[in-house]
Design a protein around this ligand. Structure first.
Ligand code: ATP
Ligand code: MG
Length: 562
């Protein structure tokens, strides 16, 4: 469950409406729903809708409020049960629970069919033989009225018999549709005799071959809401112009309830590609390694990358619920991720790109001393651990400079630096290979500096390290933003905006031995480097693969301007 404190913010306009309805006793119980179409995995945008719908139910559970999970599975062409299961996993992971309120729009196919017969019987729906192209042409535009179809005035009997024929498979795909008979001159194009049913000879993931006609979103959605007793049907702004049709349908059908549609603005974080169609292309064209690739905007991708669900909930709360379309700086999400992991992630020392340091005055080859390292300074309950120091350690290549600028507080010839949680060392000699690459630093340590500064001089820098003998090697994947532009969807071709450096694979990084026995999904802070998470797909017992969740600081803006 999402934590209580996350839900006690100032009310947004939808929560105000819900609260007013409860106060006025307008409904017996408040019912919301999250209605994903199982045609892909959920993305971070969906999280906003989940947090809103399930959040409202949670906050009002004292008065019996609930939130349904309803799969909007009315289009068999693109839907699969794999997606159904993945969507359930993602909602649970985000911290929400539909309890026993799991529904499928396809469960209502019989009812929806009968209500279509009702509309025909009332003279409010007809079977049309125009093709999809013709229907579009006849529809008119914003400034010109539409034209009535020549089939619009078929008799009720003829319509009933043709619609039954459609249902019984007498016609091929696209030959006929069922349309509502509203007004071809209506100012709102959605009211110009919208299509309610189309023919599609395609197997459905739940109803199999039972149906060859399928209801459109507009027809199925509001009626499904009504069947379930949904009181507040929350959707994104692009459905605003569908609301008159939503109301027309529930108003003209003998439905058991009158749900109310309310629209809100989408969540659109920068540097993400979000539409399921595009995400599917990324997968199918092999730009990524599946829907749960850590570069994807999917919840399963973000999970694999190590984003905590609380950070995603936090982002949704920070962004709020309004009627204004806007984009959200992804840095806000990354900030929430860092804030959360800073509180929870254990600190570990890992050297990504090593140089060997030999401590020449270390007492004997086998001598080992155990250093006490704090697990998480933000969490006193996290305790500490012992880290072995020997006469040979690895340090990060970037923590040494042969010719340093002023105020460089790391290691350089003649300079001193502290090995974190341990002694200070001084670099006396730099050893290079034939190509001039530094391969070893020969240093001395000062035994008087354990846990205290030398009395006569200042050592400002402290760097991380791993003892060579104790180190174990594991692979690391450095992930970065998947795209190099803020809005890849606005490009002519999003493929051109792919960040070629979104994934860097590093082999054999030197790690503290405690990192050998870790569980998939566990998150750590590699000191001074970033937050990392044990990959759930490519890790094996004793052989973890670490994904970088996010760097310690936001270096993106700086790197971009370089
Ligand atoms: P996409 O267009 O990204 O493929 P969709 O809207 O087609 O997504 P659905 O499965 O129909 O996906 O969405 C389920 C619910 O999530 C809907 O109520 C929809 O309005 C909502 N939703 C989708 N994208 C966002 C978003 N970016 N922000 C907030 N809610 C969203
Ligand atoms: Mg959709």
């Amino acid at each position: 469950m999402a934590k209580q404190q996350e839900s006690t913010a100032k009310k947004d306009f939808i929560r105000e409406i819900v609260a007013a309805d409860i106060l006025a006793g307008r409904h017996k119980t408040t019912v919301t729903r999250f209605p994903p179409e199982p045609n892909g995995y959920l993305h971070i945008g969906h999280a906003k809708s989940i947090c809103l719908n399930f959040g409202i139910a949670q906050e009002n559970q004292d008065s019996g409020a609930r939130c349904h999970l309803r799969f909007d599975d009315t289009n068999p062409a693109k839907e699969e049960s794999e997606y159904v299961e993945a969507i359930k996993d993602d909602i649970r992971w985000l911290g929400f629970d539909w309890k026993d309120h799991l529904y499928f729009a396809s469960d209502y196919f019989d009812q929806l069919y009968n209500w279509a017969l009702h509309l025909i019987g009332e003279g409010k729906a007809y079977v049309d033989d125009l093709s999809a192209v013709e229907i579009r042409e006849y529809r008119g535009g914003l400034t010109e009225p539409g034209k009535e179809s020549p089939y619009r005035d078929r008799s009720i009997e003829e319509n009933l018999s043709l619609f039954e024929g459609m249902k019984n498979g007498e016609f091929d795909d696209g030959i006929k549709v069922l349309r509502a008979k509203i007004d071809m001159a209506h100012a709102n194009l959605n009211m110009r005799d919208p299509v309610l049913y189309r023919i599609l000879h395609k197997k459905h993931h739940r109803t199999g071959d039972q149906w060859c006609i399928y209801p459109t979103y507009d027809y199925a959605h509001g009626q499904s809401d009504a069947i379930e007793g949904v009181t507040h049907s929350l959707c994104t702004l692009e459905f605003e112009h569908h609301r008159p049709l939503y109301d027309w349908l529930v108003g003209n059908l003998p439905v058991p309830a009158r749900p109310r549609q309310i629209e809100f603005a989408k969540l659109r974080p920068t540097y993400f590609l979000m539409s399921k169609r595009r995400l599917l292309e990324m997968v199918n064209e092999g730009h990524v390694d599946g829907w749960d690739d850590p570069r994807m905007a999917t919840l399963s991708g973000l999970r694999r990358r190590g984003y905590p669900p609380s950070a995603i909930r936090k982002l949704c709360k920070t962004v709020g619920v309004t009627k204004f379309n806007s984009v959200t700086d992804v840095a806000l999400l990354e900030h929430a991720v860092r804030e959360e992991l800073n509180k929870t992630a254990m600190r570990r020392m890992v050297v990504i790109d090593p140089i060997k340091v030999t401590i020449t005055n270390w007492p004997g080859g086998d001598h080992v001393e155990m250093m006490n390292a704090v697990n998480n300074p933000e969490d006193t309950g996290a305790g500490s651990r012992e880290v072995a120091l020997s006469g040979e350690v690895f340090i990060e290549r970037t923590d040494f400079m042969e010719d340093p600028p002023k105020k460089y507080f790391r290691l350089s010839p003649g300079a001193e630096v502290r090995l974190r949680y341990s002694y200070c060392i001084r670099c006396n000699e730099v050893i290079k290979n034939e190509d001039g690459k530094v391969i070893e630093l020969r240093c001395t340590y000062d035994p008087e500096t354990l846990g205290k500064n030398p009395p006569d001089r200042k050592v400002r820098g402290a760097i991380h390290w791993v003892s060579c003998r104790e180190a174990f090697e594991a692979d690391v994947r450095l992930y970065d933003r998947a795209f190099i532009v803020e809005d890849p969807a606005a490009e002519d071709d999003w493929r051109e905006a792919i960040n070629p450096h979104a994934l860097t694979e590093l082999r054999g990084c030197k790690m503290e031995p405690v990192l050998k026995d870790v569980l998939a999904g566990e998150c750590f802070q590699f000191e001074r480097t970033g937050y990392f998470c044990v990959d759930s797909k490519h890790s094996a017992p004793g052989k973890p693969l670490f994904n970088r969740t996010v760097a310690l600081r936001d270096s993106w803006a700086k790197n971009q301007s370089k």
